[in-house]
Design a binder for this molecule. Structure first.
Ligand code: ADP
Ligand code: MG
Length: 693
């Protein structure tokens, strides 16, 4: 049996629970009323005064105190919106959407009118919008169009403690902007105590702490490390359900996949234990969750029932779900990390930091005393997490910075500078793609690429498709690759049928890119039928998203003055256009049926999700991305001809890279060392320089 330790720790004084009362007022009225009960309410006037007097203000307050939803409203109430919009950034798309919808509700306006949000590929704002929530990445894009953000009177960089790549870049940019826009107000808000660092960075900006309301949280630990986190989490949920008084449960999981598995496990266990389905309401929340389902997580559980929220890190500080009394914390999250040497990005499950563990526990003590069940030992946790800028692929932001006229990215005012290697790698890639010239200045091609809110290789593929007269096909492929969700549906019980249904799109071994194109076009022929999706094991939600994205890409293609042309039967042309962007991502078949990257000494494999997995013995492949899970996998692969490499990227490939017959072993090693010497010479000289800071 699973036993919890009896370690108990209380964090602060008890306070009386607020009276909410039951009545028949509308949701909007209640939402409006509820504003007065938030901890921040008592500090409204003081806060407004400080914002007026200080151009930059750092605000720290416990999650749920009302920073995100209230501050923009307060500012509107005293007239800031007469001077310009109030922009508030969020690291996560779901958070931007969800808080915008909450604020619209509190103000009694329609979402997208006075209050709106903007996330990649989805703009829910209008001319009327004065309070605008957006992802940090979107504000970065707005800076490209409006470098001084003249239409804004206040910018609030929210969830600053998350230290996402885009937030960190924004810090540097708005800091500069503050000097040329003395009227602009900047608010840096954060849930944790990194405030001192923010303050120092913004030239000793004032820090304002919103005293939080907190109830004691009892923390229980697992006595020994649990081999199966998910199983233990599910068991813990039932243990709570059976032994603890009513109150909702929040379980922190690493992503959509874990959440879906946990949901299935919970349901099965409910059947096993004879739990009535009316007793437990399962609510998942993660970033790709369809919008219609997102609101459900905030609906109070009906009387006598218990809500079990299965959430990613998003519920740690970005979203506050009322009514949580129990937190189940397996102690893991997914973080991406990028290896500049190999150019490999991976999403790794990593133990959370101590600060995160505290935040997670705190979620149970917002409206009353709570309990947190930790399936780990705190001493195994990391002290802190590395900011994303130090573990991310920087190609996209470097191109953005160049487009903003920032010449030297090495001297950019980073709060924490990224490794120089990563900056060089980004510059090299952008140069190879033709987005930067030999002087490291942005080219015309680079400017056109920046228009697209996608990674540089993908935008190069789109812009490059002009030459091959297949932009229609290429934007379809780009959209299908950008949905963030899988296209093919593969239910556990029908995997075999699902796989054979999928192979219809792969006839003649065309590879994943072309298969995606065929799926889209077949769907289009049925006039976008959901029934067709259902019959063909295609996720109709992903398809609809692909259609939205495609429409926007089409608009941008027109904007940069490229004609949309279709060339559906010339697969070679389509593949060449893909290579125009993805030529650095190529691999060659080895004797043992693994692949080896053409330009890097790295062994890679076809991803099991690929239609060519176990099928393809194509000699040469181009791949969309490399992911590291149990192995180094190429995801989305398509066959290509090696001679195309020297044709399309003669500056990158030499004939010897694509030679069919390799010299004998002894010969090869001496040869490859010459190659690497040539490579070294080509690299910028300071790359090998002193990296000590
Ligand atoms: P903070 O930013 O300080 O963490 P918020 O402003 O996000 O706090 O939250 C204040 C309150 O608004 C919380 O009680 C939270 O439950 C509520 N809230 C926020 N978003 C929503 C939503 N989409 N639906 C219902 N309630 C919400
Ligand atoms: Mg917030």
């Amino acid at each position: 049996e699973f036993v919890f330790g009896d370690y108990v720790e209380t964090s602060s004084e008890m306070e009386t629970e607020e009276q909410r009362g039951c009545d028949s007022r509308t949701v909007a009225e209640k939402a409006k009323e509820g504003r007065k009960f938030l901890p921040i309410y008592a500090y409204r006037d003081e806060l407004l005064e400080l914002i007026e007097e200080n151009q930059v203000l750092v605000i720290v307050g416990e999650t749920g105190s009302g920073k995100t939803t209230q501050i923009p409203q307060y500012l509107q109430e005293v007239g800031y919106t007469k001077r310009g919009k109030i922009g508030c950034t969020q690291p996560r798309r779901v958070a931007a959407m969800s808080v915008a919808s909450r604020v619209a509700q509190e103000l009694g306006v329609k979402l997208g009118h006075e209050v709106g949000y903007s996330i990649r590929f989805e703009d829910c704002t209008s001319e009327k919008t004065v309070i605008k929530y957006m992802t940090d990445g979107m504000l970065l894009r707005e800076l490209l169009i409006e470098p001084k953000l003249d239409s804004y009177s206040v910018i609030m960089i929210d969830e600053a403690h998350e230290r996402t790549l885009c937030t960190d870049i924004l810090f540097g940019l708005v800091k500069d902007l503050a000097m040329v826009r003395p009227d602009l107000r900047l608010i840096i808000s954060s849930a944790t105590l990194e405030a001192q660092k923010f303050s120092e960075y913004f030239d000793s900006a004032l820090i304002y702490m919103i005293p939080g309301r907190r109830y004691p949280v009892e923390k229980l630990f697992s006595k020994w490390p649990e081999p199966d986190r998910l199983e233990t989490a599910v068991r813990t949920v039932f243990q709570i359900h059976q032994t603890e008084p009513l109150g909702d449960i929040l379980v922190f999981l690493t992503g959509q996949e874990e959440i879906e598995t946990a949901e299935t496990k919970l349901k099965l266990r409910m059947i096993d234990m004879g739990t009535k389905s009316s007793e437990i309401i399962i609510c998942p929340i993660y970033s790709n969750l369809p919008t219609e389902l997102q609101a459900k997580v905030f609906e109070p559980a009906p009387k006598g029932t218990r809500k079990v929220v299965l959430a990613t890190n998003i519920a740690e500080t970005s979203l506050t779900i009322d009514g949580i009394r129990y937190v189940v914390d397996p102690g893991y999250c997914k973080i991406n990390s990028y290896n500049p040497r190999t150019g490999m990005e991976s999403l790794l499950e990593t133990p959370i930091s101590k600060a995160s563990a505290e935040q997670r526990a705190g979620r149970s003590g917002r409206t009353g005393p709570g309990k947190c069940f930790r399936l780990y030992n705190v001493k195994d946790l990391n002290a802190t997490t590395t900011p994303e800028v130090q573990r991310a692929n920087l190609a996209s932001v470097v191109l953005t910075l160049k487009s903003l006229g920032i010449q030297d990215v090495f001297t950019f005012d980073f709060m924490d500078p990224p490794p120089e290697d990563a900056l060089y790698k980004a510059l090299e890639l952008l140069y190879a793609l033709g987005a930067l010239d030999g002087k490291s200045e942005i080219t015309k091609l680079g400017e056109r690429m920046v228009e697209f809110p996608v990674d540089p290789m993908l935008s190069k593929m789109i812009v490059g498709s002009e030459k091959y007269k297949c932009s229609e096909e290429i934007i379809t492929i780009a959209a299908m690759l950008s949905t963030g969700n899988s296209i093919f549906y593969r239910p556990k019980k029908q995997q075999y049928i699902a796989d054979s249904a999928r192979m219809i799109f792969y006839t003649e071994n065309v590879g994943d890119h072309i298969a995606l194109l065929r799926v889209y076009n077949s769907w289009k022929e049925t006039n976008y039928s959901s029934q067709w999706c259902y019959e063909n094991f295609i996720q109709s939600k992903s398809m609809r998203r692909a259609r939205d994205i495609r429409e926007q890409l089409a608009g941008l293609v027109r904007k940069i003055g490229v004609e949309l042309t279709s060339n559906p039967n010339d697969l070679d042309a389509i593949k060449k256009a893909i290579l125009a962007g993805f030529f650095p991502h190529t691999a060659k078949l080895q004797k043992d049926e693994s692949y080896r990257r053409v330009k890097e000494p790295q062994t890679v494999y076809v991803h099991p999700s690929s239609g060519l997995f176990g099928e393809s013995l194509s000699k040469w492949l181009v791949y969309h991305e490399l992911v590291l899970t149990s192995r180094e996998y190429m995801r989305h692969v398509t066959e290509m001809k090696p001679e195309w490499l020297v044709e399309i990227a003669p500056h990158y490939y030499e004939l010897k890279d694509i030679e069919e017959t390799r010299p004998k072993k002894t010969h090869r090693s001496s040869r490859s060392s010459t190659i690497s010497k040539v490579d070294t010479k080509k690299k910028p000289k300071s790359q090998r320089g002193n990296k000590n800071k």
